[in-house]
Design a protein around this ligand. Structure first.
Ligand code: GRF
Length: 203
């Protein structure tokens, strides 16, 4: 399965996917890494791995629709079959989301549907919850919503800081993103209504 990875920053989830795709028997390849930010650190990582990169700077467009039209075109031109959002910091309009319905996934650093949005680690620590985690899900028009593919649970320590917690959660993000793409690309999971149906989770 051909992947298109969308990033805006350091791209550590993207790197986890690059490493997985380099492995034997992994059922996906990266067709393209695309960023809306020319200075995104992840672009250098992708180039160093010999992966095609494109920058489409949203600030150069008069409207979101025109930006997304070019985004869509680039993904199609490169034969992308599954779009992986990996720290892509632009909200996508419902027309774009509809075009990639069931063919676009996202990673979020909380146990959805709790803690949608930004600053998840700060908020879980403020609330004093004992567990947090991360979620990979199919993308729907509402932010951080959509059928859940995989989650990992991370216990919270009494002396956690947002930075420490972010580091521990991120290590699990890398694992569940790689395993989620494996499940999709091998045809072992599919969306069913607002949930997913799987033939067996390996993680
Ligand atoms: C991750 O925490 C991801 O869950 C969130 O944005 C961050 C991106 O990190 N959506 P990276 O660029 O993959 O390192």
């Amino acid at each position: 399965m051909q992947l298109g990875i969308l990033i805006s920053g350091r791209g550590s989830n993207m790197k986890a996917l690059i490493d997985a795709c380099a492995g034997r028997d992994y059922p996906a390849e990266i067709a393209l890494v695309l960023s809306n930010v020319a200075s995104a650190g992840g672009l250098e990582t992708a180039r160093a791995a010999g992966i095609k990169t494109i920058v489409i700077d949203h600030k150069a467009y008069p409207s979101r629709a025109e930006f997304e039209r070019d985004l869509d075109q680039a993904l199609r031109d490169h034969g992308v079959e599954l779009v992986c959002l990996a720290g892509f910091m632009r909200l996508l309009d419902k027309d774009f989301v509809k075009r990639w319905h069931d063919r676009m996934i996202n990673i979020h650093p909380s146990l959805l549907p709790s803690y949608r949005g930004l600053k998840t680690h700060e908020r879980v620590l403020e609330d004093g919850v004992r567990f947090t985690g991360c979620t990979v899900h199919y993308v729907r028009p509402q932010m951080d919503e959509g059928p859940i593919i995989m989650q990992a649970v991370v216990p919270i320590d009494d002396h956690d800081t947002p930075q420490k917690l972010a580091r521990r959660v991120l290590a699990y993000e890398h694992k569940i993103y790689v395993e989620s793409v494996r499940l999709i690309a091998s045809g072992n999971i599919r969306p069913r209504g607002n949930k997913t149906a799987s033939k067996g989770l390996k993680f």
